[in-house]
Design a protein around this ligand. Structure first.
Ligand code: FES
Length: 267
């Protein structure tokens, strides 16, 4: 570990030296992190790519302290060793053809995958050996939290070129309301990506369906192995070839991002 920096209440950014991972990972993918020498928790935890460090020397991720693993991570110091394996899962899909404006909608710790995604969309960084290429003109980053002290790393999104729109449940920053209220008031995006708590994602999926907007959701499903072995992460996805009209998919290998319209329990 190179650095452990507090971003907001209970929220930390961890920078790790991992040049091979930095050269191969793409926005939307994740990696597993485990604290060596600990048997509780025994398993690793999945973390989305937050950003690439300078000269592709490593990667960063962000986490909110919610349990033992993240509590131990918050206490870790520069120089501590972490077990890290990845990249895992699928990258974010490209925006629809001809898209000029993309909205990235986040709630809670769900902003994590969208900083690297902003850099990819606006062409400030090429990932996995690809040259940087601007894909859209505008990235609207819509970020909701219970209160302003939980908004983490907002300046990094502004520095990356996103137009930032905040929302809070208590009105302490930005719009007093929900991310869906903010999205409804913005110029119409060509494509929406969402990440955050499930109720927020379901509301976002319904809103995009009613507005006829393409929408992809990055799921924060708990994972045990991250490798497609344990089936602890399954989600119901529409499948016309299945008698039931849906089948289970593993979020860790088939996701974590899915088209909202394909998620049976979301839209
Ligand atoms: Fe084990 Fe997905 S976390 S199959």
């Amino acid at each position: 570990m190179l650095a452990n920096t507090r971003l907001a209440d209970r929220t930390w950014r961890v920078d790790i030296e991992a040049p091979e991972l930095a050269k191969r990972i793409r926005p939307g993918q994740f990696f597993m992190v485990r604290l060596p020498g600990h048997t509780d928790p025994l398993l690793g935890r999945p973390f989305a790519l937050l950003d690439i460090l300078p000269q592709e020397s490593g990667v960063s991720f962000a986490h909110m302290v919610v349990g033992k693993a993240t509590g131990l991570l918050a206490d870790a110091r520069a120089g501590d060793r972490l077990d890290v394996w990845g990249p895992l899962g699928q990258r974010f899909p490209e925006p629809v053809a001809g898209a000029r404006r993309v909205a990235l909608v986040a709630g809670g710790i769900g902003q994590t995958p969208f900083l690297a995604h902003t850099r990819e969309l606006l062409g400030s960084h090429g990932f996995a050996g690809d040259p940087p290429a601007r894909r859209v003109e505008t990235v609207d980053f819509v970020y909701g939290a219970r209160t302003s002290s939980l908004h983490a790393g907002v300046d990094a999104f502004r520095d990356a070129g996103a137009t930032v729109h905040l929302a809070t449940d208590d009105g302490t920053a930005g719009t007093h309301g929900r991310v869906t209220d903010v999205l409804a008031a913005l110029p119409r995006p060509d494509h929406v990506f969402g990440c955050g708590p499930e109720p927020m994602l379901k509301a976002l999926a319904r809103q995009c369906a009613s507005m006829g907007l393409p929408c992809h959701l990055s799921l924060e499903t708990p994972m045990a192995c991250g490798l497609g072995i344990c089936y602890s992460c399954v989600v119901k996805v529409r499948d016309t070839e299945s008698p039931a009209g849906w089948d289970y998919r593993r979020v860790c290998v088939d996701g974590p991002t899915f088209a909202a319209e394909d998620l049976v329990e979301f839209a």
